[in-house]
Design a protein around this ligand. Structure first.
Ligand code: GAF
Length: 394
């Protein structure tokens, strides 16, 4: 990370000068609770030690001057009037945030920003939420805006919905902005009430296995899943007007109304209703340090995502199958939106090396390519690292 910080500060200094605020904004893992956030349900994510770093400063113009270190690409946008979407994808993550600030009547004018990081793109670790939250946090600092953490998460989510076009829920932005070192976050995505659940990595490590698969269809299929859930709610509401999301639906009620639902919609709804229950139980398992029980729920979650929600893929299933057969693994499942990206594995600390070796070898034998494996630590959410170049160590 130190080398990335150095590159960003050097690039910023060369392009825009020596005054900047440095923000660190983490990616996230999700222990359990997939595709529940936009259904008003529960999730159990945590911020991690892979981050996007942003250097920002005011420039007293009406221009946003942006530079992506990873792409080695600059972009300038006039933000005097309405904020217009860029034809390139990456500037929209930042412009979407400026647009949200304007829509909420916060005064924002021109700024300079250089950013880059080590959250693998498209791997399901939420590099996009890290960027959105990071730029929002940075602009809050620069313009001294009075925005609370919950409002920030909502605005960062909206930026993605409206400027990037993925109808994501709030989990990723919330986790990135509000993470705490050594804790997972049990979040009620409807009320935004949350509690920090201690997640000690003394006994267990979070290991991410990256299939390397990045599929275009991920975002279109994501939006389709959302619509199917909404269709289900629309039907079920006719039988109980108090239902506003799948969060309100009991399994027995759903089963009673199976015939009224399209079979695919029924499958999707059933998965969500069951996953919500699992998150609540898994939160208790974690609080009681019952990793065995927690891990079993991860496998159940994966099976639901694979067979009922149908957002997994052969590569992810293969990784979970190998993990299940490997000593020292408490649980494994696909993580994030699906169709590629990573599996999350809870692995006994003493067995991590053996696990890594075995999964790399078996995956390559079965599927061909080598996979990337990351060990992660549960870390602090978005924060200011330094106001100038002097202190860039934390
Ligand atoms: C993506 C989305 F951005 C999240 O809001 C969430 O829905 C997740 O997929 C699935 O749980 O990461």
């Amino acid at each position: 990370m130190q080398d990335i910080i150095q590159k960003i500060t050097t690039e910023f200094t060369n392009r825009f000068g020596e005054d900047y605020t440095l923000i660190k904004s983490p990616g996230r893992v999700n222990l359990i609770g997939e595709h529940t956030d936009y259904n008003g349900g529960f999730v159990l994510p945590a911020a991690i030690d892979k981050s996007i770093i942003l250097a920002l400063s005011l420039n007293s113009t009406d221009e946003c001057r942006l530079f992506s270190l990873d792409k080695q690409e600059a972009y300038e946008a006039d933000i005097a009037g309405e904020i217009r979407k860029s034809e390139k994808a990456w500037p929209n993550y930042l412009l979407g945030v400026v647009d949200q600030l304007r829509k909420h009547d916060y005064e924002v004018s021109g700024f300079d920003c250089v950013f880059g990081g080590n959250v693998p793109i498209g791997a399901g670790m939420s590099s996009s939420a890290a960027l959105e939250g990071g730029v929002l946090y940075g602009l809050r600092e620069l313009f001294d805006l009075d925005i609370g953490p919950l409002e920030m998460a909502k605005m960062a989510q909206k930026a993605e919905n409206e400027f990037v076009g993925v109808q994501c829920g709030i989990m990723d932005q919330f986790a990135s902005l509000n993470g705490r070192e050594g804790y997972a976050i049990k979040l009620d995505c409807r009320s935004l009430e949350f509690e920090y659940v201690p997640f000690s990595q003394e006994q267990v490590r979070i290991v991410l296995c990256d299939t390397g698969v990045r599929r275009e269809l991920a975002s279109s299929e994501y939006n389709v899943r959302r619509e199917q859930c909404e269709e289900g709610v629309g039907v079920l509401q006719k039988f109980d007007a108090s239902i506003t999301s799948l969060r309100d639906v009991e399994l027995a009620f759903l089963l009673r109304h199976q015939q009224e639902l399209d079979p695919t919609v029924f499958k999707r709804c059933k998965y969500v209703v069951e996953e919500n229950k699992r998150v609540i139980q898994a939160g208790k398992d974690l609080a009681q340090h019952d990793l065995e029980a927690f891990g079993q729920r991860m496998y159940q979650s994966h099976a639901g995502l694979r067979f009922a929600y149908e957002v997994s893929c052969n590569e992810l299933d293969t990784l979970v199958d190998i993990a299940r057969d490997t000593d020292g693994v408490y649980g494994a499942r696909m993580m994030g939106g699906g169709f590629g990206g990573c599996t999350i594995n809870l692995v006994d600390r003493a067995q991590v090396a053996a696990f890594t070796k075995r999964i790399k070898k078996e995956y390559a034998e079965k599927m061909g390519p080598e996979i990337d494996i990351y060990q992660t630590n549960v870390s602090r959410g978005t924060h200011v690292m330094a106001e100038t170049q002097v202190d860039i160590r934390n």
